[in-house]
Design a protein around this ligand. Sequence first.
Ligand SMILES: [Zn+2]
Length: 132
Amino acid sequence: MSRYIVSETQELPRHGEVKQDTYGCYYCHICGKSFKKVLAHVWQKHNISAISYKKLFGLYTSKGLLCPESRELAQQRNAENKESVIYNNLIKQGIKTRFKKGCKGRTKNQVSAQLKSALRKRNPLLKGDNKP
Ligand SMILES: [Zn+2]
């Protein structure tokens, strides 16, 4: 497996859909190539931030898009640096995004297409307003 491009697809992933190759690497919605770290590729090649890319293509904004190999490595590193990860990233930096009393939370129109699709699959009785 090469360091960057793993494989190419003829059909780009649709809005709100993620596609993985046989290694579990995700395909880029823009160029159709799969990468171990697709969000790093999107930033370096297409100059789009991870959060903008996820919003643009209707993906979960809080989920990572790493191949299993890279995810495992990241989890190992997080475990090795558990104290600083939990203290700095979750407790100290998390203050900005913590729920505040009176906040509406995520409204229906702020939910990603990927989440709407997953919820519809789980409960077909839910009415969707963005059917393909
Ligand atoms: Zn690309």
